[in-house]
Design a protein around this ligand. Structure first.
Ligand SMILES: Nc1ncnc2c1ncn2[C@@H]1O[C@H](COP(=O)(O)OP(=O)(O)OP(=O)(O)O)[C@@H](O)[C@H]1O
Length: 585
């Protein structure tokens, strides 16, 4: 019910067009009934060979209702679809906006295919809620009393028979259908999402599947899900057909009953025979209003299931929230103004402890360091030591509970996420490049940058020459994820981006990982230009280019096990020296 009300709320701003569509729907069905009734009366009257003048009003009526019916049907379809697509458009934007605060911490709990399925298919499914659930009900509710009163004027028994079959078709049959369609209608969205998630995963990992000889097995899993979806859709289609057939049967029975009762009334001399065809033909016209109703509950069930999936994800509690309360306090309200204005860019980390979930081991277990503005600090360590976790906390992708991170004297979690991220430029190992031009990818860092600024950044990142030699230069499309570029080129673009962003604090997260030694040296030279004069935090397990660091923290299992300059660390017989020896043999 709650979901139903929330869906209704979403169309509240469009209540007038929705109401107009319902009224137009009523006039369209009403026009059809009047057209059939007027035509029947005209034929019956004409059989008596009256002067043509006596038929003029009926002839005009047939013309008028014929036109009314066509115009109303057109307008009803137009208004209903227009408002539906506007609601869906609004919903997509709302849903996408609701996802942003969930990234990346909460979104990692969902598969990308599943999210895609929600934003595309589930939103699309909701069009049925507005077009096939909400719209037909008021039309049927208006048609029933109108036709009942009309028939009752001539023969009450016929009116009663009509109402009985109308209610059977409009309420009884949909209720029977509901019992049988509930399960497939509820689960069809989930199976579709599962299939989409598998497909997206499979497409991404196609090379691996082929390399490990698992393509056939995966294909079979996709096919099995496809069969399951087709099975549920088939059941729904069968139920839909059954509903349509039963409604037609009820309509025909109503017609037969009204015919019998009016013929009897004519026989008893209670009804003028000339009205008989009119009364009988009004019935199939009226049944047009109940034709969509068998699908009402399956569509409602499917829409509610889709809406629940949307609301569930959109309503997920973000892992991080901007807060105005005291440091470490529970989130109070959305951030409305800085609680503290950082004085400079000194970074002080003290007693920092963090675990991703209460039952998981600590990813960081008491981290302390000071990185003064303009200073350079490296964090090195083996895989799983907690290096990336530190970045996740620094960028406020996750929030810490124990210890503190102070930026310019302010507790980091009291600063708005936007402000924190504005102050930090990140060059990561896997920089996401959009399927757009090089120019668009670079300007992402600062949309207002001039061409000169962009070129200067590319030059300093040693990528300008390469771009210039491309046939389309800065307007070259880089392909999905930048696949048309080499790893080194992608990294240099990432450096150019960071240069363009010109943030006072730089975070380099395995920025040279995976590069060959020659490219690594070139990228390191570009990094050196990038870091000049900036507060820099380098996260790496490759021990290269660390001689310029003011301090190196060596981490293991979430703790700092050694610290000092490269020279000092090499003099000691510790983890750093062991790692160094392994990498520089
Ligand atoms: N999103 C996450 N959810 C749960 N646990 C995580 C998550 N990310 C990392 N971890 C865990 O936290 C610990 C530290 O991981 P982290 O990624 O910080 O290590 P790292 O030093 O960056 O390793 P690498 O050099 O391999 O990237 C690991 O035990 C890891 O399994």
């Amino acid at each position: 019910m709650n979901t139903f009300l929330r869906l209704l709320k979403l169309i509240a701003p469009y209540r007038w067009p929705v109401l107009l569509a319902a009224l137009l729907g009523f006039f369209s069905v009403g026009g059809n009934i009047a057209l059939l009734a007027a035509s029947a009366l005209l034929i019956a009257r004409a059989a008596l060979h009256p002067p043509v003048v006596a038929l003029m009003l009926l002839i005009a009526g047939v013309r008028f209702f014929g036109l009314t019916r066509a115009v109303c049907r057109y307008l009803e379809r137009y208004v209903a679809h227009d408002v539906t697509f506007r609601v869906l458009g609004r919903m997509r934007a709302w849903f996408y906006g609701a996802l942003e605060p969930l990234a990346p911490a909460r979104l990692t709990e969902y598969r990308s295919g599943d999210i895609l399925s929600r934003i595309v298919t589930d939103v699309e499914t909701l069009q049925n809620f507005y077009l096939r659930v909400l719209a037909p009900v008021p039309v049927a509710l208006l048609v029933l009393p109108a036709v009942f009163v009309f028939l009752a004027q001539f023969e009450f028994g016929a009116a009663l028979a009509f109402a009985t079959f109308f209610l059977l078709a409009g309420a009884g049959i949909p209720l029977v259908i509901m019992r049988h369609s509930r399960e497939p209608a509820r689960t069809v969205g989930r199976v579709r999402a599962e299939l989409n998630a598998r497909l997206v995963d499979g497409i991404r990992g196609m090379t691996e599947l082929a390399a490990f000889g698992q393509a056939g097995r995966y294909r079979e899993q996709v096919a099995a899900l496809g069969r399951e979806l087709a099975g549920r859709q088939g059941r729904l289609a069968g139920i839909d057909a059954l509903g349509g057939a039963l409604t037609s049967l009820a309509g025909n029975l109503a017609l037969w009953a009204v015919l019998m009762l009016t013929v009897t009334a004519v026989g008893r001399g209670k009804l003028d025979w000339v009205y008989l065809p009119m009364l009988v033909l009004a019935v199939p016209g009226a049944f047009e209003a109940v034709q969509p109703l068998p699908l009402l509950f399956p569509q409602l069930e499917e829409s509610l299931a889709a809406a629940r999936r949307l609301f569930e994800l959109a309503g997920a509690r973000p892992a991080v929230r901007d807060q105005a309360g005291p440091a470490g306090g529970s989130p109070v309200r959305d951030f409305s103004g800085p609680a503290c204005e950082p004085a400079g860019y000194d970074l002080e980390v003290a007693g920092l402890r963090f675990r991703y979930a209460p039952d998981e081991p600590a990813a960081l277990d008491g981290l302390d360091f000071v990185l003064s503005a303009g200073g350079k600090l490296a964090v090195v360590g083996s895989s799983g030591a907690g290096k990336s976790t530190l970045i996740n906390l620094l960028l406020r992708f996750w929030d810490y509970r124990e210890g503190s991170i102070r930026l310019g004297g302010c507790e980091l979690k009291t600063l708005p996420r936007e402000q924190v991220r504005r102050l930090m430029g990140v060059v990561a190992q896997h920089t996401h490049l959009f399927n757009a031009t090089i120019r668009e990818n670079l300007l992402l860092a600062r949309p207002g940058a001039t061409v000169e600024e962009m070129i200067r950044a590319a030059r300093e990142a040693s990528i300008h020459e390469f771009i210039q030699n491309l046939p389309r230069g800065y307007d070259t499309y880089v392909g999905e994820g930048g696949f048309k570029l080499s790893g080194g080129q992608r990294q240099r673009l990432a450096i150019a981006r960071a240069l363009l962003k010109d943030a006072p604090i730089l975070v380099l997260d395995e920025a040279t990982a995976g590069l060959d030694p020659v490219t690594e040296r070139e990228v390191l030279a570009a990094i050196r230009r990038l870091t000049a004069g900036r507060t820099t935090l380098v996260i790496t397990h490759r021990l290269a280019g660390l001689e310029e660091m003011d301090e190196i923290l060596v981490m293991d299992g979430g703790r700092v096990v050694e610290r000092g300059t490269q020279e000092e660390l090499l003099r000691r017989d510790g983890l750093f020296r062991r790692m160094w020896k392994l990498q520089h043999l």
